[in-house]
Design a protein around this ligand. Structure first.
Ligand code: DGP
Ligand code: NA
Ligand code: NA
Length: 208
């Protein structure tokens, strides 16, 4: 039995990730067992601390919160590995690239940011929904949580695009213009996801 693919969807806040993850999962499910996971997973004890931080009801040092986000991925990692090995394709709404981009945007060192995620299951493809911070802000609902500010989002976008260009990650990335219609974005994500599925068919699961 072939293993499942690990497909990561990344993007700025309001890029349309949730809608597109749902569409992708629905479409994948017609041909293969598929699960959706979302990070941060706010339902765990670590996730509860992250949630309080994002809603600004608690304050934490930038490094400490970075480690919490990473720990929140680690606590799901053995389950994800087991799912992939059982042939289940796992679509993940945000993953290690958000971890790096958001913390680097706050001024933390890149190598330091990468370190705690080393050893996690490595995505077969990372699909970045690209949208300008202006267009994202116009979509509404912006400003409710800690990072939902234009200047922060501008830095995060720049950092995502740098990650795509980084040789360690470049081969695994696909950038999709999230400013198109929902249907066009869905189609382009679908095409990019096939790269990950093909990779899972032919290659072993790697780690970050
Ligand atoms: P979401 O629930 O997808 O809206 O994500 C909540 C916010 O947290 C969003 O602004 C992105 C940010 N975020 C997601 N993952 C990480 C991470 O690993 N580190 C940091 N610093 N921020 C993250
Ligand atoms: Na958000
Ligand atoms: Na972080």
């Amino acid at each position: 039995m072939p293993r499942g693919a690990l497909i990561v969807i990344e993007g700025l806040d309001r890029a349309g990730k949730s809608t597109q993850c749902d569409r992708l999962v629905t479409r994948l499910k017609t041909s293969t067992p598929t699960l959706l996971r979302k990070f941060p997973d706010r339902t765990t004890p670590i996730g509860t601390m992250i949630d309080a931080y994002l809603r600004s009801t608690s304050d934490l040092d930038d490094h400490a919160v970075h480690l919490l986000f990473s720990a929140n991925r680690w606590e799901a990692s053995s389950a994800i590995k087991a799912e992939l090995e059982a042939g289940v394709t796992v679509v993940v709404d945000r993953y290690i690239y958000s971890g790096i981009a958001f913390s680097r945007a706050k001024g933390l060192d890149g190598a330091w940011c990468r370190a705690p995620d080393v050893g996690l299951p490595r995505p077969d493809v990372a699909i970045f929904l690209d949208i300008s911070e202006e267009a994202a802000a116009e979509r509404g609902g912006y400003g409710e949580e800690r990072y939902e500010k234009k200047e922060m989002q501008r830095k995060v976008r720049q950092d995502f695009l740098e990650l795509r260009d980084d040789e360690r990650d470049a081969g695994d990335w696909a950038v999709v213009d999230a400013g198109q219609s929902v249907e066009e974005v869905e189609e382009n994500i679908w095409k990019a996801a096939q790269k990950g599925i093909e990779r899972a068919r032919t290659k072993d699961l790697r780690t970050v």
